[in-house]
Design a protein around this ligand. Structure first.
Ligand SMILES: [Zn+2]
Length: 115
């Protein structure tokens, strides 16, 4: 719920001043699979917290970022679905998380006003 509120706050704040009162159509977010955010529940929370804001009709477009890790010994990178942090080649545990922890608003799309 806190994350949904942050998305609403940041998106509302990023509406340009001359478009105040415009409706936001889409909010595009990137969520790493390691961020422990469940897309379905985020959408649900977003609908609730966006009521009475310029985002009330906006759809939340979630792009899930896979978990990519890198072995510091072999220097290879690979994508994992489960949080298993050992190298698939040398079985070593000296790995670095390259991506998967993202939680970013990549863009918002504002509806054109008919005038
Ligand atoms: Zn390795």
């Amino acid at each position: 719920m806190g994350i949904a509120m942050q998305i609403v706050e940041i998106s509302t704040a990023s509406i340009p001043a001359d478009l105040m009162g415009a409706q936001v159509e889409k909010v595009n977010v990137k969520i790493g699979k390691l961020s422990a955010v469940v897309p379905e529940s985020l959408r649900f929370c977003f609908q609730i917290v966006s009521q009475d804001t310029p985002l009330c009709n906006a759809s939340l477009i979630i792009e899930e970022i896979p978990i990519v890790i890198k072995c510091l010994d072999c220097n290879i990178e690979w994508t994992i679905d489960e949080p298993i942090f050992s190298c698939q080649k040398c079985n070593g545990g000296a790995v670095d998380i390259v991506s998967g922890r993202e939680l970013d608003i990549s863009s918002i799309e504002i509806a054109e006003r008919d005038e």
